[in-house]
Design a protein around this ligand. Sequence first.
Ligand SMILES: Cc1cc2nc3c(=O)[nH]c(=O)nc-3n(C[C@H](O)[C@H](O)[C@H](O)COP(=O)(O)OP(=O)(O)OC[C@H]3O[C@@H](n4cnc5c(N)ncnc54)[C@H](O)[C@@H]3O)c2cc1C
Ligand SMILES: NC(=O)c1ccc[n+]([C@@H]2O[C@H](COP(=O)([O-])OP(=O)(O)OC[C@H]3O[C@@H](n4cnc5c(N)ncnc54)[C@H](OP(=O)(O)O)[C@@H]3O)[C@@H](O)[C@H]2O)c1
Length: 451
Amino acid sequence: MLETRVCVIGAGPSGIAALKNLLDLNIAVQCYDLNDQVGGNWIFSEKTSHSSVFETTHIISSKLLSQYEDYTWDDHYKNTGTIVSNYPSHQELKDYFQAYAAHFGLLPQIQFKTKVLSCELVNENWKVEIEQSGVFQTEIFTHLVVCNGHHWNPRYPSYSGMEEYSGKLIHSHDYKNAAPFKGKSILVIGGGNSACDVAVETSRVARRVDISWRRGYRILPKMFFGIPSDMVMSRFVKFKLPLWIRAKLADMTVRIITGPNKNYGLPEPEISVVGSHPTINDELLYRINHGKIKPRLDIKSFEKDKVVFKDNTTEQYDYVIACTGYIITHPFFEKSLIDFSEGKVPLYLKMLHGDIKNLYFIGLFQPLGCIWPGSELQSKIMAREIAGLWKRPANIKEKIKDEIQNPHYKQIDTPRHSITVDFHKFRQELLKHLPRNFRNKSGINERSNAN
Ligand SMILES: Cc1cc2nc3c(=O)[nH]c(=O)nc-3n(C[C@H](O)[C@H](O)[C@H](O)COP(=O)(O)OP(=O)(O)OC[C@H]3O[C@@H](n4cnc5c(N)ncnc54)[C@H](O)[C@@H]3O)c2cc1C
Ligand SMILES: NC(=O)c1ccc[n+]([C@@H]2O[C@H](COP(=O)([O-])OP(=O)(O)OC[C@H]3O[C@@H](n4cnc5c(N)ncnc54)[C@H](OP(=O)(O)O)[C@@H]3O)[C@@H](O)[C@H]2O)c1
């Protein structure tokens, strides 16, 4: 029998948490990443790459709710002297993830510039095919931990007449900064965080920016009463308020602060703030108020050089930027084995497969809040199972069914809502599987001394 040897795909925020927690338990592990450094989505690149962040991206989850428990922003300050604002930039986040990797001594276990091409189960082990600089290689592992992210494969919209459309259409994945749009007319499609960021940023330089929503959304400000809005929401958690009351309070607070959407010419939402993934933006409403962004209805069709809206108005644009989200994609699996690109994602704790015991997904959830604190706790459960310190429930398939039937929130049934969790509730669910002293802040030096 093969000695335990784990493969981690990806060295983004989830992959480094997986790696760190495996090393904490002395488990042999090899991580592969496409890129040449740690950071995943947070490695801004002017060229199209894995990353979908823009030159001006700052997170929407506030810093105190966007930290690893093993390596907090305070720990980061102690190690590097860095202080970040409430909403750090992509560069500050990349630095944080790289400092985490350095502090815990992860780099020797990561093979960069290496693409995982395929993962196949052979005699219950994983046969992993990799490619580095044109050299192909196959490795065998006992366990596979998938941390390849879910915000990199663009989901394009489709409308009648699109094939004949002669204008330029790009996806927000390829939007890097506003400079190419100077003096141009632009239509932004979507009501998510990318759409609002792209509309705001391009509206600083473009001649005209319109934004088309297919439904109404409540736009959350980054601060409520001078405090990051997610921190205010987490105070409701401290009072042990049920989710539906928290959702109502969130709705009410936002409505009091921003007023009705119709005052901005935007459609009124038919759903609560948590009925779709929250859109958090301080500048969209401001720039609409200043005439720099114009709201439009949903698109009906495309004609040769025009966009036709549902109110039958038409418009010509230099660029249409589709900010229409991403497809969950695992290109290294045969689709018959794993395909979560459409519909529900049947995984226990959003990480464990019902049939395949040596396969783990880390970070494959969409919290109303930050991803990496959840990835960290998932990683601890994964590592503990591989080390024989934790066992998955025998009735895992029933548990998966239950999770699917009872999601934390009832949200609109659109592709981006297949993996939603409530940040706080999910944390509590994960903690149930961990010992009280689950945190381990020991850096590489302490770990080497202990071993
Ligand atoms: C513009 C934008 C802003 C965001 N803002 C927030 C925010 O405010 N808060 C928040 O929590 N989340 C935010 N997100 C979500 C973001 O996806 C997560 O923060 C985080 O990056 C998830 O970490 P991850 O490691 O799971 O995935 P990723 O960061 O995507 O990392 C995946 C890694 O896997 C590697 N990889 C992929 N495929 C392969 C392969 N075949 N072989 C080898 N390596 C591979 C990639 O190179 C990458 O390094 C944002 C996303 C976008 C697009
Ligand atoms: N500053 C930041 O931190 C920041 C910036 C950008 C993105 N992000 C994060 O990155 C992730 C992806 O965000 P995203 O905004 O790129 O994608 P997203 O959250 O999936 O939003 C996509 C938007 O496009 C709409 N849409 C999808 N298909 C459409 C179609 N065919 N026609 C019209 N509209 C369509 C969706 O509508 P429905 O409501 O109907 O689904 C939604 O409004 C999220 O986690 C987000 O929070 C964060």
